[in-house]
Design a protein around this ligand. Structure first.
Ligand code: FO1
Length: 326
């Protein structure tokens, strides 16, 4: 079964890795959010691409989910000593990734080309594609003004109250060409349990760019939430909210600050006109009738991924759901 997975940070990377444990590598393509990307110090940093790649390569720090396992912090300790910026913690092995990516980008290489080369270097056989080679920057509109994503997420520790989001560059961001072919060939699209607002929405907005949906196959239009042009594509989302809480990150807080009670139902509504199936946790079983009322099939299972085994099990449940019930 060929799968295209849309993924942002840690949660998305974990399910992608679960899928990678089961699917032949040529049958899994992961489309990754780049809205978190930013220029930091002299470095171009692409956190979600690195989190997905490090996780697929078995190089990710298991505690934080981001950055490298067995990391050392000598460079940033010396930057601190020199009075430099250290609020964004870059470890020594991780630093190499940012230095080399920045060098290549300044030499004119595309983010997708760099990602292909880095995947080869890290022994990743799945296809990992940035949502666009054009710059997109997530801006979080808060009660303390507009903040670049990492400024909000890391520097301000998600404390400012969220009022909305903007994705600078989204109007002119074209989906990386490999994405549309992967979607056309896919049996299903899996929206991983990443933050719907700041990890998945940027990807969906790039895929919905006017130039894409106007001239592409009915399947793409179906995925882009447009009226069916033909055989609808299966699109399944996995809830990142369990029992009203985000497993990691500010998704639940964002829902609350936007006046929406955080729940699996709220996430199903978020993707309502796009998905044909929704996977959510047993603790949220009470929402099943309401979620089915949104005209989508449902799968209730354990969705917390704390280790490699339950990543694999969740991936197996999702693929079984796609194959047998959608
Ligand atoms: N998240 C933090 O909360 N604190 C950090 O110091 C931090 C450093 C960091 C370095 C490299 C990288 O790839 C990710 C890093 N993250 C850090 C996570 C990053 O903010 C991601 O955007 C989140 O994981 C959300 O996707």
């Amino acid at each position: 079964m060929k799968i295209v997975a849309l993924a942002g940070g840690v949660g998305g990377a974990k399910l992608a890795q679960g899928l990678a444990q089961i699917l032949p590598s040529e049958d899994l393509t992961v489309i990754v959010n780049t809205g978190d990307d930013f220029e930091h110090v002299p470095l171009y940093i692409s956190p979600d691409l690195d989190t997905v790649c490090y996780t697929l390569a078995g190089l990710a720090n298991p505690e934080t989910g981001w950055g490298r396992v067995n990391e050392t912090w000598n460079a940033i300790a010396n930057i601190e000593r020199l009075g430099g910026q250290t609020w964004f913690r870059v470890g020594d092995q991780d630093l190499a990734t940012h230095i080399e990516r920045t060098r290549r980008m300044k030499a004119g290489q595309s983010l997708s080309q760099i990602t292909r080369d880095f995947c080869k270097a890290w022994g990743i056989h799945q296809v990992v594609i940035p949502m666009s080679d054009n710059p997109v920057r997530t801006i979080v509109e808060t009660d303390q003004g507009e903040l670049a994503f990492q400024e909000y997420f890391v520097h301000r520790r998600c404390e400012p109250r969220v009022k909305g989001f903007r994705f600078d560059g989204i109007e002119s961001a074209k989906p990386e060409p490999g994405i549309l072919n992967a979607i056309k060939e896919a049996d299903a699209i899996v929206i991983c349990p990443s933050n719907p607002w700041v990890s998945i929405d940027p990807i969906l907005k790039v895929l919905s760019a006017p130039l894409v949906s106007s001239r592409h196959s009915p399947q793409i239009q179906r995925i882009l939430g447009e009226k069916d042009g033909g055989e609808a594509k299966k699109v399944v989302a996995v809830s990142p909210i369990i029992g009203g809480q985000a497993v990691k990150g500010p998704a639940a807080k964002m829902y609350r600050e936007l006046g929406i009670a955080p729940s699996a139902f709220a996430v199903a509504k978020h993707y309502q006109n796009l998905i044909t199936g929704f996977v959510f946790d047993e603790v949220d079983a009470k929402f099943e009738p309401d979620i089915q009322g949104l005209n989508m099939r449902t799968l209730i299972t354990k969705t917390l991924m704390e280790n490699s085994d339950n990543r694999r099990r969740l991936a197996e449940d999702v693929l079984h759901f796609i194959g047998n019930q959608l």
